[in-house]
Design a binder for this molecule. Structure first.
Ligand SMILES: C[S@@+](CC[C@H](N)C(=O)[O-])C[C@H]1O[C@@H](n2cnc3c(N)ncnc32)[C@H](O)[C@@H]1O
Length: 288
């Protein structure tokens, strides 16, 4: 419940709904009191007075609860912000970008996921990275590959506007040798005996082995289980021991997708990472 700006400014712990409720209750009690007084005289006022005292008591208790909940939420947001700033510091230090990185969080990957990706890439030195959805994650991955001196990230993008935007960023950051955005509209395609809507890779010339697959799209606004097709459609290109990362793992849809993926690849190891948006990591068996 939002508070009126002037109430926020005065730091009063009351919401508009609470004020409307208490004023409404006061008017109702007053009306009852007047009616009772008219019918039974002074004795008739006892019940409305008792009711008024009870209402004030409940209002004070509810206000305290409201304030406490606000305090806890602010505290949690502050902690989360600090964690993201720490992660951001790691990402910047590891990638040393030559221009400002675009916004993280919200639609884009959060710094804590990017820090995980940086750590995995620098440790595992993938040669081919495929990414479902482009943006700041493409730049961070490409910077890591540049630091390693080899490899390429191919980012599938269904939206031509975001494809152009990411291409522009790749140029600005001088990462053309390490990153490529592939225009890939979402189309129905067959995999594992079912029709699935996913990025059209038919003109992308994707070939295995893929060492790292990062799945951060398509957005959930394109349909339920939108990211599930990644594995059925690309698993034949994944290298033994490769890693599949699924962002937004805290959402019900992604939790379900991760479990379905684990069932698709016998022997794969599934792990959940407690990050701002949550993430799933599926490690394919080394000897497939
Ligand atoms: C969840 S975003 C992730 C993008 C990318 N992995 C990153 O970290 O920046 C997935 C897709 O949403 C779309 N998108 C990105 N930013 C958006 C925005 N601000 N509003 C609407 N769609 C957006 C793009 O098509 C993108 O491929």
């Amino acid at each position: 419940m939002r508070s009126a700006p002037w109430l926020v400014h005065m730091r009063l712990p009351f919401s508009i709904r609470q004020i409307v409720t208490v004023v409404g209750a006061a008017v109702a009690v007053l009306a009852c009191g007047l009616a009772a007084h008219a019918l039974w005289g002074t004795a008739g006022l006892a019940a409305p007075i008792a009711l008024s005292v009870l209402a004030v008591l409940l209002f004070v208790l509810e206000s305290r609860d409201h304030q406490h909940r606000l305090f806890l939420r602010t505290l949690q947001e502050q902690r989360s912000m600090y964690t993201q700033l720490e992660a951001l510091q790691h990402v910047i230090r590891a990638t040393e970008p030559i221009a400002p990185l675009p916004a993280m969080r919200s639609w884009a990957a959060s710094p804590d996921l990017l820090r995980e990706l940086v750590a995995r890439i620098l440790a595992e030195k993938p040669t081919q990275v495929v990414e479902a959805s482009s943006g700041v994650s493409t730049l961070v991955i490409a910077y890591c590959l540049k630091r390693l001196g080899r490899g390429k990230v191919r980012s599938l993008e269904h939206d031509p506007i975001y494809a152009a935007r990411t291409r522009q960023l790749i140029t600005e950051h001088g990462l053309g040798a390490f990153a490529e955005v592939i225009d890939a509209p979402l189309v129905e395609q067959r995999a594992d005996g079912a029709m699935l809507r996913w990025y059209d890779c038919s003109k992308a010339g994707l070939a295995g082995p893929i060492d790292l697959l990062v799945v951060d799209g398509p957005p959930d606004t394109t349909g339920p289980q939108a990211r599930y097709p990644a594995l059925p459609l690309l698993k034949h290109l994944l290298a033994p021991g490769s890693l599949v990362v699924l962002d937004d793992g805290g959402r019900d849809d992604e939790r379900f997708i991760a479990k379905r993926w684990a069932d698709l690849v016998p022997g794969a190891e599934l792990r959940y990472l407690e990050l701002e948006a949550g993430a799933w990591m599926l490690r394919l068996p080394a000897g497939r």
